[in-house]
Design a protein around this ligand. Structure first.
Ligand code: NAG
Ligand code: NAG
Ligand code: NAG
Ligand code: NAG
Ligand code: NAG
Ligand code: NAG
Length: 623
């Protein structure tokens, strides 16, 4: 109901804004690998230089097909730089866009050319290159899709499949009407229309909208020629008369598209076109008509049914009647599910002959949900803190396209947020350096972390204690130091904790020690400084800083006292011994000895002043 109301409003709004559609649509064209902006003939189209959008290597390129824009450079992505590479184009106004990517060939003789790779836009895979793509002069030289860009940026990614290094020639992001190619309730933000092909019937040369002087709001479509439906009896009709209702909102088709048509004849009244498709997909088919045959002058003279794979989808089509007159454009669209590998479009006349001007075929792709933004930024923090090697290629979205998730990150779809979340990190034995950042706690759906056998330094972040879903934490064989954070005690789901072979110290938190009783398996061994649970050394008494200072001070005072006492005792003993020696030698001078003896006692009682007196007196006695 709301959706319907919105549509009515949008239609109303569109009808009211002819001047709005006259503003030039946003257009961003990048010449991949170019160091300077490039202008190309014949329309002097501006292609921006390729700067700071992505990694990879700029080099000279070969145009795989003559429909490829006349540019000279490509950018390619060596597999050693990682399997996922993306162009991130910022400051794209929120809107509806035709995104087109031409593929490239590196012009180096020894290069293993014709790479095969997958392409995604905003996390949804839209193409998978098939071998032979570079030998065709048609839509295989590029991929094009209609998509809503709502977050101010466009992310276009190239995913290696192990068949050569992805190479891109050009990128075009061209704004189209907000309602372009509206085909029914399914249409919108959740769907992407990938152009399968566009055929201009009865013409001999491929054309872009720009060659037809089409409106820029059309997105510069590429039209492949369809000179005939494969039957000698097909008849080409052309006109130079102007066509009414051609270049109108929302799709702004070029008028010239309707000035040529193919018609059937008496010999073979049906017109039929068969193409190969991927099975079990939905296709949106757009058919273009204008009555340009001078022999038809009014309604009722040419009437035909339209069938898709044998099913009538439009009955009694009368171009003149439905478009409002001769030399007037009629566009019909139908979206169908195709189960088989072919799609056949048939025009079956019931009055006169069949006629058609152009055909457009899109695959309707359901847009992927992305990964929770918080978790993406956490993984990016992890990527830089751990110094993740290039070969990981953590670019684009971690979980989508589902065919190409980031290696080392396990994804799970979270039904409550309708987003992907990370539930496992497996980066063991990857030669990682650096440290574990606090941001790891933003991965709050993690159930398992294995960073074992790396060279990770620094503390275990205490924020890990908030990831309460954690069941397995393996940080063994690293250089983690400091103490085990108390907060890890809050991880009540923890079944396995390997902290062995690190440089941890201090007491194992009591809460963790308690968990050992719950059939959890912990390993703390080979950490020189850890203590406090069975199997490790016992910890010393638990003392506060104040107490430690007190003890240290007390020990010093006691030590000084002992030293002083020892010295006094020793000195006294020396003096007594000496006195005894004198007494034994000089018995007649007993009086003097007594005097001396008293002097010694005075020394002890009154300090150095008296001691000095005693020695001054002494020599006469000693000599
Ligand atoms: C690309 O081609 C130009 C001449 O067209 C040449 O000067 C330049 O060295 C080439 N660059 C590479 C990387 O081969
Ligand atoms: C496409 O067809 C549907 C009905 O099937 C119609 O509602 C819609 O307006 C058509 N789209 C355009 C742009 O004509
Ligand atoms: C095709 O469209 C129908 C709804 O019309 C949908 O249920 C189905 O999942 C779609 N199939 C594919 C392959 O997208
Ligand atoms: C973590 O990875 C190491 C090395 O690959 C492996 O031996 C270990 O079993 C893993 N830990 C867990 C808990 O699975
Ligand atoms: C841990 O190691 C780092 C160097 O890797 C050092 O700067 C830090 O002081 C250490 N911390 C502790 C508590 O030993
Ligand atoms: C615990 O770690 C030590 C040293 O890192 C290792 O030798 C031992 O096998 C581990 N014990 C268990 C039960 O895994």
């Amino acid at each position: 109901m709301l959706r319907h109301g919105l549509l009515v409003f949008l239609t109303f709004f569109l009808a009211l804004r002819p001047s709005y559609s006259r503003r030039a649509p946003y257009a961003m064209r990048i010449s991949c690998g170019a160091r300077n902006d490039v202008h190309t003939p014949p329309t002097n189209t501006l292609w921006y230089k390729d700067f700071a959008y992505t990694g990879g290597i700029p080099t000279n390129g070969t145009r795989p097909s003559f429909i490829t824009p006349p540019l000279n450079t490509v950018r390619y992505f060596p597999l050693s730089d990682g399997p996922e590479n993306c162009y991130n184009i910022n400051r794209v106004p929120s809107g509806h866009y035709s995104v087109r990517i031409f593929f490239g060939l590196v012009s180096e003789p020894n290069f293993d050319n014709e790479p095969l790779f997958d392409v995604s836009v905003e996390g949804t895979q839209i193409d998978s290159l098939q071998s032979g793509w570079s030998n065709h002069d048609d839509e295989q030289a590029f991929v094009e899709a209609l998509i809503f860009l709502r977050d101010g940026s466009a992310s276009l990614c190239f995913h290696s499949t192990g068949h050569g290094d992805p190479a891109v020639f050009s990128i075009e992001i061209l704004e189209v009407d907000d309602n372009a190619y509206y085909f029914g309730p399914q249409w919108g933000q959740g769907t992407i229309l990938r152009t399968d092909r566009r055929l201009s019937c009865g013409v001999k040369k491929p054309k872009f909208d720009v060659d037809y002087s089409g409106d820029h709001w059309g997105g510069d479509r590429f039209w492949n020629p369809l000179p005939t439906f494969g039957r000698s009896s097909d008849q080409t009709i052309t006109t130079t008369k102007s066509i009414k209702q051609a270049s109108t909102s929302p799709n702004f088709y070029p008028e010239a598209l309707y000035q040529t048509a193919l018609a059937s004849t008496d010999n073979q009244p049906d017109l039929a076109y068969t193409m190969d498709v991927d099975p079990n997909r939905n296709y949106s088919i757009w058919l273009h008509f204008a009555e340009i045959d001078p022999s038809v002058t009014g309604a009722g003279q040419r009437v035909f049914d339209i069938l898709l794979n044998g099913d009538v989808v439009f009955r009694d089509v009368d171009i003149v009647k439905m478009s409002g007159g001769i030399y007037s454009a009629l566009v019909l669209n139908k979206t169908v599910a195709v189960n088989g590998r072919t799609l056949t479009i048939t025009m079956h006349p019931t009055k006169g002959h069949a006629l058609i001007n152009a055909v457009e075929i899109f695959e309707v792709i359901t847009a992927e949900s992305k990964t929770l933004p918080d978790e993406v930024s956490a993984l990016q923090a992890l990527k830089s803190a751990l110094g993740l090697p290039l070969r990981f290629g953590w670019n684009g979205d971690p979980c989508v396209p589902q065919q190409h998730p980031w290696s080392g990150a396990d994804c799970q779809f979270d039904a409550t947020s309708s987003k992907w979340v990370i539930d496992g990190l497996g980066l063991d034995s990857q030669g990682l350096r650096g440290f574990l950042p606090n941001e790891i706690s933003k991965l709050r759906h993690l159930q398992s972390i294995n960073l074992s056998v790396n060279n990770i330094h620094g503390p275990i972040p205490s924020s890990l204690g908030t990831v309460t879903s954690l069941e397995i934490l393996d940080l063994s064989y690293n250089f983690f130091n400091g103490s085990i954070p108390e907060s890890l005690g809050q991880l009540t789901s923890l079944r396995r904790l390997n902290l062995n072979s690190n440089s941890l110290s201090g007491r194992v938190p009591a809460m963790l020690g308690g968990r050992l009783l719950h059939r959890a398996s912990f390993n703390f061994t080979d950490n020189a400084g850890l203590c406090g649970i069975p199997g490790l050394r016992t910890c010393g008494p638990h003392l506060s800083v104040g107490a430690k200072i007190g003890i240290a001070l007390g020990s010093c005072v006691a030590f000084l006292l002992i030293v002083t006492c020892l010295m006094c005792w020793w000195k006294r003993r020396q003096n007594i011994l000496r006195a005894q020696r004198i007494a034994a030698r000089e018995a007649p001078y007993a009086k003097a000895r007594t005097h001396f003896s008293r002097d010694v006692q005075m020394t002890r009682h009154y300090g150095p002043e008296h001691a000095k007196t005693a020695t001054e007196n002494g020599p006469s006695l000693l000599s």
